[in-house]
Design a protein around this ligand. Structure first.
Ligand SMILES: [Mg+2]
Length: 293
């Protein structure tokens, strides 16, 4: 009998589908990173990503429609940021029940276009269909200079591990609906202190760090007290709560120390060092007082 989706899990399903999709057309990086990386110009790659939000899974009708629109685009921009790129063009597809108030739909788009304006993203098309519940899908293009591209692979032993901001409690606090994607921070990093690996934290620090570790067959030692967390959240929540959309990245030690010097005198950004990469891939994530990952 065929397995059901709940038996297989999200990542199991992605692995199965991956086998059905040969990489073609010169695609440089397909499934398994924050975005696909495609051929573009002599010195740039094109980035392509998509994310879908569904009513009662990612949002409810009682939430602010503008915030839902904001989030639908923001999660995609966050993935472009995670590659070191800038977002450019988006298409938006939306499935709507017949009974949806027009105002609700307009507000979703207002939330989206406000954020699009802030990041110079042009929404250039899409599709609308009738559906039982509201679904919103955004597909977003971006671009990145070849020399600025950062993937999830590439962390090396002794690299320092950083995050761009405090973690934990995003869903409970509603921050997942109004976060600003870390494009500026990522652009600053790739131009000045290029990370060896980077991704955005969507599923929680522990799970997402594991993607970076398994991509490079390395482990990590975290400094428990150094992990920045939002007020009122525990270490465990900071490690496992999803939807923070901060960036998680690694930088070779010498460069990381220069970054620490820089940020001692500058206030534009602050990057939190939370530990280092180790050679022991079996150890995976180790943090004192914290063993389950
Ligand atoms: Mg991501």
């Amino acid at each position: 009998m065929s397995k059901t989706l709940s038996q297989l899990g999200e990542f199991g399903l992605i692995d199965r589908l991956k086998k059905l999709l040969p990489q073609e057309g010169g695609c440089l990086l397909g499934i398994g990173d924050d975005t696909a990386v495609l051929p573009y110009t002599k010195d740039k790659y094109q980035l392509l990503t998509t994310d879908m939000l569904a009513q009662d899974v990612h949002f409810t009708r009682r939430m602010d429609a503008r915030a839902i629109g904001h989030k639908a685009l923001a999660v995609n921009i966050s993935d472009i940021a995670a590659m070191g790129g800038v977002p450019t063009f988006a298409v938006v597809s939306i499935g709507l029940p017949k009974t949806t108030p027009v105002r609700f739909v307009e507000d979703v788009y207002k939330g989206m276009t406000a954020l699009a304006g802030q990041f110079n993203v042009s929404i250039v098309g899409g599709d609308t269909i009738k559906s039982d519940k509201i679904v919103i899908n955004v597909a977003l293009l971006g671009e990145v200079k070849k020399k600025h591209l950062v993937t999830r692979a590439g962390a090396k032993p002794k690299d320092w591990i950083f995050v761009t901001g405090p973690l934990g409690g995003s869903l409970k606090s509603g921050r997942h609906l109004n976060f600003i994607p870390c494009v500026e921070q990522a652009r600053f990093l790739v131009k000045n202190y290029k990370p060896s690996a980077m991704m955005d934290i969507s599923d929680g620090l522990a799970g997402d760090l594991n993607h970076i570790l398994s991509a490079a067959k390395v482990g990590a030692q975290l400094i428990e007290d150094a992990i920045p967390r939002h007020k009122g959240t525990t270490l465990n929540q900071a490690m496992t709560d999803g939807e923070d959309f901060e960036l998680l990245f690694t930088i070779p030690m010498a460069k990381a120390m220069k970054l620490m010097d820089w940020q001692a005198d500058h206030k534009a950004f602050y990057f939190y060092p939370i530990g280092e990469i180790t050679a022991d891939a079996k150890q995976r994530i180790y943090a004192k007082g914290f063993t389950h990952f």
